[in-house]
Design a protein around this ligand. Structure first.
Ligand SMILES: [Mg+2]
Length: 398
């Protein structure tokens, strides 16, 4: 079996979107002065870096007729250019079973500029599509090629609860509690730019969600890199009484020492990794004991080949992996590792920030029941096909 072609297409959503709430999640731009002014005034759209309305879909086609699907969610047009110009020539004509060699080839050939960020995301998409081909050509789901089933079903945590008014957040939590979820992740709306009023608002929102879900459910808290070290150090003791399972990405992804300092405080476990890349990037996080939970995304870290190695590394450090975003490429890794106790789960909503776009592009993404998802034992590959249902709402390039 040989790879015959690699095609990258950009899917850009042109359909209706839900207007964003002002500052529904703290983010790294909050500390930049022009954004901060609008964010303090409230109501304005300060969330433009938190919108993912386009994806790159990569199709790897083999000479015996298998087509594997992979995807990139970061900088989609740039990712497409990287796949077309740099990666496709490295894998076309090659045997997809040589996936380790092909992964190393892509990683090393683009190393000068590609080792973190969109370069690795593009490599990930090609690698994921190669694994989809391997599953399809053997008639087995990808998780069976990675170690097989380690759990009956995958427990999921409900991930949304953007900062809106507290009544709306409570209603949302109640709806998904009633659907059987027993773990929830909420977003903070405020950070260092919002002063003591923001501190109070942040604490009020956690209290409001805890009031609904009680203390027998897990509660995760998301900062999306919108705080800084000093602010996070002030917040941790105030958050302790709410017993969060973790505090996610309190500082920017490059501040590994900041993560390490916060995690060493031992007050609330710190999580991160959705903006980290490669096996060695994760070794740095683990060596510094910077995170208590690793949250890589398979479509950023170098694909399934690399994520499988990161799983092994984290297992050796006894740091659990709970990948970013759910989604098929992550579910297969989670199913096949005992060190991956649960998954993030973005429910399907009307298109808002774009996390939910996966459901609109692909068919086959599992829907949670009683707070769990499952993977079929008899669906080969990743189990995704390209959906035609919403195609009218996309502009597709490539
Ligand atoms: Mg996150």
């Amino acid at each position: 079996m040989k790879i015959e072609s690699v095609r990258a297409r950009v899917y850009e959503w042109r359909g209706p979107t839900v207007p964003p709430q002002g500052n529904f999640c703290s983010n790294a731009m909050d500390l930049v002065y022009d954004n901060r002014a609008r964010s303090v005034a409230g109501g304005d759209d300060t969330m433009n870096t938190f919108r993912f309305h386009a994806w790159t879909v990569v199709e790897v086609r083999t000479d015996d007729g298998h087509v594997g699907l992979g995807n990139v969610a970061l900088a989609p047009r740039v990712a497409k250019a990287i796949v077309d110009e740099y990666l496709a020539p490295l894998v076309v004509g090659q045997d997809p079973w040589d996936y380790e060699y092909l992964n190393q080839r892509m990683y090393r050939a683009t190393h000068a500029w590609g080792r973190k960020g969109v370069g690795m995301a593009a490599i990930s998409a090609v690698d994921i599509a190669i694994w989809d081909v391997l599953g399809k050509s053997t008639g087995k789901p990808v998780f069976k090629l990675l170690g097989g089933r380690t759990k009956e079903r995958i427990p999921c945590y409900y991930s949304k609860l953007y900062r809106t008014d507290l009544d709306a957040m409570q209603k949302e939590a109640k709806t998904y509690l009633d659907q059987g979820f027993r773990a929830f992740k909420m977003r903070f709306g405020y950070g260092p730019a919002h002063g003591q009023r923001g501190v109070v608002e942040n604490l009020k929102s956690v209290e409001a969600v805890r009031e609904v879900i009680g203390y027998e459910c897990d509660l995760m808290l998301e900062c999306y890199m919108g705080w800084n070290l000093e602010y996070a150090k002030r917040m941790l003791p105030r958050l302790e009484r709410f017993q969060p399972r973790w505090l996610e990405e309190p500082v920017i992804a490059d501040d590994i020492e900041g993560y390490a300092e916060l995690n060493a405080m031992g007050i609330v476990p710190i999580s991160g990794g959705e903006h980290e890349f490669s096996l060695l990037g994760f070794r740095q996080l683990l060596d510094r004991r910077a995170v208590s939970v690793v949250q890589y995304d398979t479509n950023r870290v170098g694909g399934i080949t690399m994520a499988h190695k990161i799983n092994a590394l984290c297992e050796a450090y006894q740091v659990p992996v709970i990948p970013h975003a759910g989604q098929m490429h992550n579910y297969h890794l989670t199913m096949s590792s005992l060190n991956c106790p649960m998954s993030e789960y973005f429910p399907m909503f009307d298109v808002e920030v774009g996390n939910e776009l996966f459901y609109y592009i692909f068919e086959g993404e599992p829907v949670a029941r009683d707070g769990h998802v499952d993977l079929a034992d008899d669906v080969p590959g990743l189990g995704l096909t390209l959906s035609t249902k919403y195609l009218d709402h996309f502009e597709v390039t490539g």
